[in-house]
Write a protein that binds this ligand. Structure first.
Ligand SMILES: Nc1ncnc2c1ncn2[C@@H]1O[C@H](COP(=O)(O)OP(=O)(O)OP(=O)(O)O)[C@@H](O)[C@H]1O
Ligand SMILES: [Mg+2]
Length: 308
């Protein structure tokens, strides 16, 4: 079960959008997916149709030892979600006083890990204790990177933090690469940023860049994933391709992990990509997870279902 952290201390670079997009692609293909909202802003929780304001317990209660992971799980769009609320901001202060604070999330995840094929950790836009917990619990980290001029500022700090985590709390952490987000093929800027990230930082850009589309902002507001809202926009297509490249678990893994080094160049120069892949199912099936959830699935953005 790979645990993958989506991290970048820069705000608004599509960490949450990437988490949801990858998770819902894999869930639609039958993988058992857990998305963990590690951000007190709770955007992932909200985008998955669960209103944080209606929640009595959240990941915060898990991190401070008042609840178990199964107490904070919800189900939507075929994924399970460990929900956050603004209370999670209090975890930072609580954990700072505790020995072993970096390991709180990892310990909690171990109680449910057998139920999932993949776990995605949506980090907050900081390098504080919540992000350190996510990096400590993760096997891999992926950096969503917005294709704009200032996006590489702070990259050194992020890489240093990853190095520190490797030295002190998680020697196995692998930096998988960058997912290039909000790409605009009409400008040279995005291409320059991607060249710099490869040449200056030695990071792999995973698959094609994800093109800008207003549909990404519309989808959560409508209670939909991008694959339901606008399955044919190039950005949705790019996320499917990135998910295919990253998927290296399960019996079909070897055939699925072939990378496509030409993808960036062709996307950047040819503009509009083709149609969506055949067989993509807009309705993600429910993940077959062996957990006794206490709540009903809730795909709509109107708050959680009543407890059963
Ligand atoms: N490819 C895209 N094209 C256009 N807008 C996008 C794209 N991807 C994400 N967005 C929008 O950009 C905004 C920021 O995205 P998102 O919340 O995923 O970023 P984030 O890195 O998680 O932010 P934060 O640092 O606050 O957690 C959202 O409104 C989202 O809908
Ligand atoms: Mg976010």
């Amino acid at each position: 079960m790979p645990v993958i952290a989506l991290a970048n201390q820069k705000g608004g670079v599509a960490k949450t959008t990437t988490t949801i997009s990858l998770g819902t692609v894999w869930a639609s293909e039958g993988d058992r997916v857990l998305l963990v909202d590690c951000d007190p802003q709770a955007a992932l929780t909200y985008s998955m149709g669960i209103d944080p304001e209606d929640l009595d317990v959240s990941l915060h209660d898990v991190l401070v030892g008042r609840a178990s992971m199964t107490d904070v799980l919800w189900e939507a769009h075929g994924c399970h979600i460990a929900a956050a609320t603004i209370d999670l901001a209090g975890s930072e202060a609580y954990l700072l006083t505790k020995t072993g604070r970096e390991f709180a999330l990892g310990r909690a995840l171990r109680t449910v890990e057998d139920a999932y094929d993949v776990v995605l950790l949506d980090c907050p836009p900081s390098l504080g204790i919540l992000t350190i917990n996510a990096l400590t619990a993760a096997d891999e980290v992926i950096v969503p990177l917005q294709c704009e001029m200032l996006s590489l500022r702070g990259m050194n700090h992020l890489l240093e933090t990853i190095e520190d985590v490797r030295s002190f709390t998680n020697p196995h952490l692998r930096l998988r690469g960058v997912v290039a987000t909000m790409f605009d093929p009409r400008t040279n800027l995005g291409r320059q940023v991607l060249t710099n990230v490869t040449e200056s930082f030695g990071l792999e850009v995973i698959g094609p860049p994800v093109r800008k589309s207003v549909r990404f902002a519309e989808a959560p507001a409508a209670g939909e994933t991008i694959f339901q809202r606008a399955p044919k926009v190039p950005g949705a297509e790019a996320y499917r391709e990135i998910a295919r490249i990253l998927r290296d678990w399960g019996p079909d893994a070897e055939a699925e992990t072939e990378t496509s080094p030409g993808a960036l160049a062709s996307e950047a120069t040819t503009g509009e990509r083709g149609e969506t892949q055949a067989g993509q199912d807009d309705q993600a099936p429910q993940a077959d997870v062996d957990l006794d959830l206490t709540r009903e699935p809730e795909p709509a953005p109107v708050g959680p279902a009543p407890r059963t």
